[in-house]
Design a protein around this ligand. Structure first.
Ligand SMILES: Nc1ncnc2c1ncn2[C@@H]1O[C@H](COP(=O)(O)OP(=O)(O)OP(=O)(O)O)[C@@H](O)[C@H]1O
Length: 265
């Protein structure tokens, strides 16, 4: 893996001067998928909003490609960092292909509209995610899961160097969860994209993460490999459940690790 695309140095996050997360330091390199795990209310969304410059940091700095982004214009930042929010209130009844093409906005001039290349990229992303059939549907009429897929498509159409996703699979059915994560994995390997994402499913981290950043209830961050972080001890301490990590051999000789609850009701 190469030098970090995104690095966060001593970043403290919170609201109106009151810290939610302690000073955090971590980075995301090209071709790296970093999972942010932690219990409800630990501060994952707060950390993301600060990284995305939607909330002012209480301390520390954020770098993209080694440069401090504090003085960057919003457009320069937006052309490099794609964001899939946790929930999204439908705005006007734009068509799906228009919403996805909006992902190109940061690459256009101030008053320019998407051109042929922008539309081709949007159409390709819709096809890659298996939702081309929705291209003419009104965004406001979609189900929660379909909207989530469109938001992921919009972020990918942006062709960012770093993709930040806040629980992107929360509304997706089982098949779409697997397909979307497999697609992201392919993109990470093929395009050098760096991904930072939260999930409430440690199994997703065990399957896909190159590294895991675990945010505790005390607001402190611990970074390591999925097998270092996602252990029976950590699962008990974090979620107050007795869950073992089982190993399943795959046909290709690799081993899949999977969380299995050890108690029955
Ligand atoms: N606008 C706000 N003003 C003040 N406190 C807030 C604000 N938004 C969130 N908080 C508080 O910050 C803490 C962290 O919230 P945050 O949404 O970042 O957690 P999270 O880890 O993303 O949780 P979840 O997994 O439930 O989505 C919580 O105690 C929350 O009440």
């Amino acid at each position: 893996m190469s030098a970090p695309l995104l690095s966060v140095e001593g970043l403290t996050c919170g609201y109106r001067g009151k810290a939610v997360t302690a000073a955090a330091t971590f980075s995301v390199a090209a071709e790296e998928w970093l999972f942010l795990l932690g219990p409800n209310g630990a501060g994952k969304t707060t950390l993301f909003k600060t990284i995305l410059r939607l909330l002012p940091p209480l301390g520390g700095r954020i770098r993209l490609g080694g440069e401090d982004v504090a003085s960057w214009p919003a457009r320069r930042f937006a052309a490099r960092v794609g964001y899939v929010p946790q929930a999204h209130r439908p705005p006007f009844p734009f068509r799906v292909h228009e919403v996805v093409a909006m992902g190109r906005a940061a690459h256009l001039g101030p008053f320019a509209t998407p051109g042929a290349r922008d539309r081709t990229i949007a159409e390709q992303v819709l096809a890659d995610l298996g939702i081309h059939g929705l291209r003419n549907a009104a965004y406001t009429t979609l189900s929660g899961g379909e909207r989530q897929l469109v938001l992921i498509a919009r972020a990918l159409a942006q062709e960012p160097m770093v993709l930040v996703m806040d629980e992107p699979t929360a509304n997706l059915d089982f098949g779409n969860q697997i397909r979307v994560l497999a697609h992201v994995q392919t993109l990470v390997a093929r395009t050098g994209l760096g991904v930072l994402m939260t999930s409430h499913d440690p199994n997703q981290a065990l399957l896909h993460a190159h590294r895991v950043a675990a945010l505790g209830r005390d607001g402190r961050l611990q970074v390591g490999s999925a097998s270092e972080i996602v252990t029976r001890t950590w699962l008990r301490r974090t979620y107050d459940v007795d869950v073992s990590v089982a190993e399943l051999p795959r046909a290709d000789g690799t081993v899949a690790r999977l969380c299995v609850p050890m108690t029955t009701p």
